[in-house]
Design a protein around this ligand. Structure first.
Ligand code: PTJ
Length: 250
């Protein structure tokens, strides 16, 4: 279908089309569409823009990833369909590893996603051959499978669109977890160390720009940005945005 650029929901429809293409090619799970629908509803309520509080979370997240000794960016089927080039660019600027980590893991989906990311320039990506488990989760469950040299050994993990159990498992293992989740009320949003209440299609490009600007900042200044960050305050600010935003939009 050809989408008209004049359609008021043009951007939103383009995003949907990228995800339905992702389902067709085996990158995104069918449940990924449902997860997106939930995110889209919150995005609508937030005004489909990066709020000031989201930008503050993005800045703190970049500071935390730059200050990390072993940062890892986790990629699932929605992220691979929506921001493949941008997540790889973020990994490059931050010098962070990229690991494919799926909720609905099948070996075939992992391979399709890995091939897709390689087309966008990914090299040395992890996740195809997991050799460790997130021990707070049942070890036999596919979503607990991670790489020793990646998420398992990471001190800071970026998890865009993560489920609550795995987010809590990562926090329980002593990691700092940065979530990107449009739902400020989700278990993930509450459990994460830093929650970015923004759409991944805006958050990741914003973080690339911030990382380029901040990468030469000294360690004390990064620590200062991180220590002043208060996740509960940012979640409250997001809820406030939803509640108080004007009703005058079309
Ligand atoms: O590709 P897989 O197999 O790893 O599966 C990925 C999904 C997303 C299906 C899986 O992790 C899942 O079921 O996630 P949940 O538990 O539904 O959580 C997804 C969260 O992401 C929800 O709180 C949504 O509001 C939020 N969300 C959805 N789309 C976006 C989003 N947040 C930011 N940007 C989006 N585009």
């Amino acid at each position: 279908m050809t989408l008209s650029k004049t359609h008021p929901r043009y951007q939103s429809l383009c995003i949907r089309e990228r995800l339905t293409d992702g389902v067709r090619t085996g990158i995104t799970s069918q449940t990924g569409l449902i997860a997106h629908g939930r995110g889209e509803a919150f995005d609508y309520l937030l005004g489909e823009r990066t709020t000031d509080s989201a930008m503050r979370s993005e800045e703190a997240a970049v500071a935390m990833l730059l200050a990390a000794s072993h940062p890892v960016l986790s990629v699932n089927g929605n992220v691979a369909a929506l921001v493949p080039g941008e997540i790889i660019e973020l990994g490059r600027v931050l010098n962070a590893a990229i690991e494919i980590n799926l909720f609905y893991r099948t070996e075939e989906r992992v391979r399709i996603i890995a091939d897709h990311l390689r087309i966008y320039g990914a090299a040395g990506m992890l996740g195809e051959y997991p050799d460790a488990a997130l021990h707070p989760l049942p070890p036999e469950h596919p979503r607990s499978r991670v790489c020793k040299g990646g998420i398992y050994g990471a001190d800071v993990v970026l998890v865009p669109l993560e489920d609550g159990d795995r987010c809590q498992a990562l926090v329980g293992m002593g990691k700092s977890v940065i979530a990107i989740d449009l739902n400020p009320l989700s278990r993930t949003a509450k459990a994460a160390t830093i929650t970015i209440v923004d759409n991944v299609v805006r958050a990741i490009p914003n973080m690339v720009e911030l990382a380029i600007r901040m990468k030469d900042i000294d360690a004390d200044r990064l620590d200062d940005i991180i220590s002043r960050y208060d996740n509960e305050e940012m979640l409250r600010a997001a809820i406030e945005e939803i509640v108080t935003r004007g009703v005058g939009r079309v």
